[in-house]
Design a protein around this ligand. Sequence first.
Ligand code: UD1
Length: 419
Amino acid sequence: MDKLRIEGGRPLRGEVAVSGAKNAALPILCAGLLCAGPLALGNVPQLHDVATTLKLLRRLGATVERDGERVLLDAAGVGSVEAPYELVRTMRASILVLGPLLARFGEARVSLPGGCAIGQRPVDQHIKGLQAMGAQISIEHGYVVAKASRLAGARIVTDMVTVTGTENLMMAATLADGETVIENAAREPEVVDLAAALVAMGARIEGAGTDRIAVRGVGRLHGAEHRVMADRIEAGTFLCAVAAAGGEITLTGAQPATMDATLDKLREAGATIEAAGDHIRLSMKRRPRAVNVRTAPYPAFATDMQAQLMALDCIAEGTGVVTETIFENRFMHVLELQRLGADIVIEGSTAVVRGMPKLSGAAVMATDLRASAGLVIAGLVAEGQTVIDRIYHLDRGYERMEAKLGQLGARVERVTGSP
Ligand code: UD1
């Protein structure tokens, strides 16, 4: 299992190009199942989760050609409607094939994703919404088995804001008979990007980016071209790393307009930030000030940035209060941060982080994707050597992270090894 070895305690300086967004690429790839024409995508990040999605699409019968950040997907030959357990269990987002398969083929069998490290993460809202559109759904042998001769437009009010739930229902609705309205829809920029790709494929969607999305079903969709949006979480992670370690960074290929909550928090922590076009420049000349964050659906502070901001609070001046409202078990990085000398007390869904003047390197274990990013930031700040084990979590969602950190002058090395 690969590890990351970091020699911390140095400021970071340089330029990094932001990759395409994982959380936009995954649903857009699954949207390719909705039509028989080719979908040509640009800016698709080279990540483990994308590879898993491509594998799943091939398994269903789609042809996929990949050339760097370009992917050409053709779902004309799809002959299977089953997403098997061995693929779904490694990536929860596989549930995103449910809506498209059901809408186009009238049936789907998708393995239930099951539990995951950061909490229960059920898919009841996906199922409830599809049932409202007339689908017959049962759970059989661990699979969601869905059938519908043709989905019918419906008014759906989700119990909570769910990103992939909104995406699944929006995709299913594109081929339904009549209008579907999704109330309490997720407003995440990735939902907007998916909607843009679907519209390019001939879908009729209004309101993406608001909490009310209206989709008028059409008879069929066609092939299209789309460029995947920039990854706001990857961008935020690099900014946070420089804000914590000190120094200066220029991000290129970013979409700062999707990053307000993160940029505001980093400014509050004392960073100077300028954003123009697709560039973001951050400089940090002081020890960060502790900031309080509360995660919530977009446009509020993203749960996917929580661990990174907490790492910054660990070495900040003052005490930061971090409240997680989206996932019930997303503080697993706390125990690992404590191994580096952080002073954190958890009380329910709140972590109180008392900033320390310094952290000291140690061996730590990555527990999930964004927790790993928090540990990398802490490792970059800590004095001495930090070795992060199980970085396959990191590889799921960050493209060439150690190379990009190297461009900033960080001493980061991948150690390839056996378990
Ligand atoms: C997506 C993102 C993930 C991010 C999360 C929250 C992708 C591929 N992943 O995950 O990176 O951390 O949004 O911004 O885009 N819930 C239910 N029932 C459901 C669906 C969700 O109870 O049917 C609950 C979840 O357990 C969680 C909350 O709703 O507590 C939000 O989850 P959701 O927005 O669905 O997360 P994902 O779409 O899985």
